[in-house]
Design a protein. Structure first.
Lengths: 118, 130, 87
């Protein structure tokens, strides 16, 4: 089956880009098999927000990650180095990604039918 | 080959709309087909008809309109990105009871499904990031 | 072969290690500022978008391959994917 790879590199917080990228991935899942790959500061999206929506400028869209199985999205990956750099091993995450080394990331990109970067 | 372009950067803080414009021209000159140009994130701001840039500055909106018209391109904006940033066509302006619409001619507003469809049917997708 | 584009110095700092040995690296927009790095010409995977270099008034060492938009389109058709990295 065709697989779209979404590469997510924007941190949550000040910019709405991470939230909009998540919307794109959800839209993708309606039409195709998708994989999500979090890289660099994008992996910070995986941390569970502590503020309710009303108390914060940005929507805590990451709670939507809990619904990923309902969208049939199983392939949630994170760059292992980024995960380590941002100390995610000690953070409370909304979803636990599969950690990939750089050669594994390269293989994932090569396997994908289409790659969308956000 | 069949291309899809995905553009994400703001007209004012990024080069992405310019890079994509030049890439699209080169693509068409080479005889390739551009299935769709999808504007996402702040890139939708290019379709604001109410911009009035100084005359000696590059008018990206006009440049995209020219290219779109000449080659009958599908210049498609993400509706969610547009609504958030105040880019409205007549029907959205009516739906949200706004006093005016401001979508520049030559662009159209549609859903994210258009980006996904383009990614599935095109040979190459090129992203112009913010 | 994957064509990786980098549009800023930060994009390259964050993701410059991701391209494989058989991939190509294209510096565009503010990514062209990287031409100031010593030894960049030794990386045979590097291409620089000539127009973006000119626009910023920069010159690249002769070891670096400059390309046009037309070349970028051709490289895209020859690649499996064109992957954009930002930062």
């Amino acid at each position: 089956m065709t697989q779209l790879l979404f590469i997510l590199s924007n941190p949550p917080g000040s910019s709405v880009y991470a939230q909009e990228a998540f919307d794109a991935a959800l839209a993708g899942s309606a039409f195709s098999n998708i994989a999500m790959l979090f890289v660099a500061a994008g992996c910070l999206q995986l941390i569970e927000p502590r503020l309710e929506t009303a108390a914060h400028q940005r929507k805590d869209f990451q709670r939507g990650f809990l619904a990923l199985p309902d969208y049939d999205i199983q392939d949630i990956f994170c760059c292992a180095q980024s995960y380590k750099d941002h100390h995610l091993q000690t953070a409370s995450l909304v979803v636990q990604p599969a950690l990939l080394s750089q050669p594994e990331i390269s293989a994932l990109i090569e396997r994908a039918d289409s790659v969308l970067s956000f | 080959m069949k291309f899809a372009l995905s553009i994400q950067g703001s007209p004012f803080t990024s080069n992405s709309l310019w890079s994509a414009l030049k890439f699209a021209q080169a693509c068409l000159n080479d005889g390739h087909h551009i299935h769709r140009v999808f504007f996402y994130h702040d890139a939708v701001l290019v379709a604001n008809a109410l911009q009035a840039p100084p005359q000696d500055e590059m008018h990206l909106t006009a440049a995209w309109q020219d290219l779109g018209q000449t080659h009958e391109l599908d210049l498609c904006l993400c509706v969610a990105s547009c609504l958030r940033r105040g880019i409205l066509d007549d029907s959205e302006a009516h739906r949200f009871e706004k006093t005016a619409s401001n979508l520049a001619p030559g662009f159209n507003i549609s859903g994210l499904g258009q980006l996904i469809e383009a990614s599935l049917v095109c040979d190459r997708v090129v992203t112009f990031g913010a | 072969m994957i064509l990786h584009t980098f549009n800023s110095l930060n994009a390259y700092r964050l993701h410059g290690h991701r391209p494989s040995d058989h991939d190509l690296i294209l510096l565009i927009e503010d990514g062209v500022f990287l031409v100031g790095e010593p030894n960049l010409g030794r990386d045979h995977r590097i291409r620089v978008l000539s127009e973006d270099l000119d626009q910023r008034g920069l010159r690249a060492p002769s070891a670096i391959t400059l390309i046009s938009y037309q070349d970028w389109v051709r490289l895209t058709t020859e690649s499996q994917h064109c992957v954009s990295w930002t930062g």
